[in-house]
Design a protein around this ligand. Structure first.
Ligand SMILES: Nc1ncnc2c1ncn2[C@@H]1O[C@H](COP(=O)(O)OP(=O)(O)OP(=O)(O)O)[C@@H](O)[C@H]1O
Ligand SMILES: [Mg+2]
Length: 450
């Protein structure tokens, strides 16, 4: 007797799947995320093995990258779009994914065939946006959500670049589950991957990330695609940040900064100018010279230290890893004698930028020290360096480039770890320990007894 089609339960958050339902996903520990999917049918038997190749015999034609016409996007992709690659662009609703990709398509369409498959907006809506952005007259458009039709069209038309907006709206009828479910999203990506590689179409997949995870997040396809780009930023502020979370053809540390304007997203070629300015004499602010990929970027870091009665004082970070903040606070309390044990500490990075780089530690420490002591950081000072648990400052990578960036923005002094090569255009203050750095960096003599 044939077995009835079994179901599998998978988690849209982490991609875990199992034959039975769990209230809590064993993969990621989230509650109530497992959803039911129908199991794919059995494989056909009698498959023949294929001959193998040696790598030396593999022929590749060195394909040129396709410039997207958006320099910031090119940079994040590692120097342009690789032909026949699959790029996933994730971001929260309204962050500007469609706008970014339509401007890229507009520029690409001047030299190549560029197709926009829209499942989310009507052709008329896209036309309105295109009119606002300008230059998108030659972009071809298809309003379709049926996966089969989209793939067939790609096979026939073979555009060089195609944007699928969004992968969650695509629907394969034979699967039976709702559009946007894990099975559908996975199927759509797998089939598009095959069509893209066979027909040499470079595909951008737009994927929504919702905070509550109610729609299958693009997490399940991260391993399928060649690049995963994240488009972040506060919907309510004008600045947007594009970064690569995965890139098979380039570095993942690159950062693109955009400003959302009425005429679309405008690249910000010099983000340091925007985020690295602080008011002279302001208490609790310090400027970090962080490195994002190959690019040094100056960021203003703000801190607030407020007395608290809580047994577990709060450490709240926006743009900084909370564990890193906890470590910096502990090092400051232990090695620079700051009374942070009875205070809430809040830290914020300007412009909604997120820093993961340890070179920004010293500036975070300075901002907290300034807020705690009520003394501003010295005027015209920028800092970089990694904080060790022993209170010693560790050297940061690419010190010369950081110092150069500080000089370019007109900083007078740069505070860095001992051993930083002396710069030509500005003063260098070296510190061995965090205590010394706080003494040098703050604009006042230390209180008595230190
Ligand atoms: N006329 C305008 N002037 C300035 N900004 C605008 C204008 N129209 C739209 N925007 C900006 O564009 C954003 C929407 O962009 P877009 O539709 O590209 O986002 P999206 O990420 O594709 O959103 P969705 O998830 O809904 O598809 C809005 O949040 C708004 O900030
Ligand atoms: Mg959109």
């Amino acid at each position: 007797m044939a077995k009835p089609a079994a179901s599998i339960f998978s988690c849209p958050e982490c991609g875990y799947s199992s034959g039975r339902w769990f209230g809590r996903c064993p993969g990621c520990g989230e509650f109530g995320t497992l959803v039911e999917e129908t199991k794919p049918g059995p494989r056909s038997a009698g498959v023949a093995a294929r001959p193998l190749l040696r790598l030396v015999d593999v022929e590749v034609e060195e394909a040129e990258r396709i410039p997207t016409g958006v320099p910031e996007l090119d940079r994040v992709l590692g120097g342009g779009l690789v032909p026949a690659s699959l790029v996933l662009v994730g971001g929260e609703p309204g962050v500007g994914k469609s706008t970014l990709l339509l401007s890229a398509l507009a520029a690409i369409s001047n030299e190549r065939r560029a197709l926009l498959v829209t499942g989310e907006e009507s052709v008329a809506q896209v036309k309105l946006r295109a009119a606002r952005l300008g230059g998108a007259e030659r972009v071809e458009i298809l309003a379709e959500t049926e996966l089969e039709t989209v793939c067939a069209t790609l096979e026939r038309e073979r555009p060089e670049v195609c944007v699928i907006d969004s992968v969650q709206t695509l629907y394969a009828a034979e699967l039976g589950s709702a559009p946007g479910s894990v099975a559908q999203v996975r199927e759509a990506a797998a089939r598009l991957l095959r069509v893209a590689k066979e027909n040499r179409v470079a595909v951008f997949l737009v994927g929504h990330v919702t905070k509550d995870g109610s729609v299958a997040g693009p997490r399940v396809l991260e391993h399928l695609v060649d690049c995963v780009l994240q488009f972040e930023g506060d919907r309510y502020r004008a600045h947007r940040i594009l970064r690569a979370a995965k890139n098979r053809f380039g570095s993942t540390n690159e950062l693109g900064v955009f400003e959302m304007t009425g005429a679309g997203l405008v690249g910000v070629p010099d983000p340091s100018e925007l985020f690295g300015r602080s008011e002279a004499g302001e208490i609790g602010a310090a400027v970090a010279c962080a490195l994002e990929g190959t690019r040094p970027i100056m960021l203003e870091i703000q801190a607030l230290v407020a007395p608290t009665d809580l047994a577990m004082p709060r450490r709240v970070a926006t743009g900084v890893d909370p564990k890193r903040l906890a470590m910096i606070v502990a090092v400051l309390a232990r090695h620079a004698d700051l009374p942070l044990g009875t205070a809430d500490v809040f830290v914020n990075v300007a412009g909604g930028v997120r820093i993961d780089e340890p070179g920004a530690d010293l500036a975070i420490a300075l901002a907290i020290a300034s807020a705690s002591r009520g003394v501003p950081v010295k005027d015209g000072l920028a800092a970089f360096g990694e904080l060790g648990l022993t209170g010693r400052l560790r050297g940061a990578t690419q010190a010369e480039r950081r110092v150069e960036e500080c000089a370019k923005l007109g900083f007078a002094t740069v505070l860095g770890p001992a051993g930083t090569p002396p710069p030509a255009k500005l003063a260098l203050a070296e510190a061995e320990t965090v205590r010394e750095a706080v003494r040098i960096g703050l604009d006042a003599p230390q209180p008595e007894g230190e």
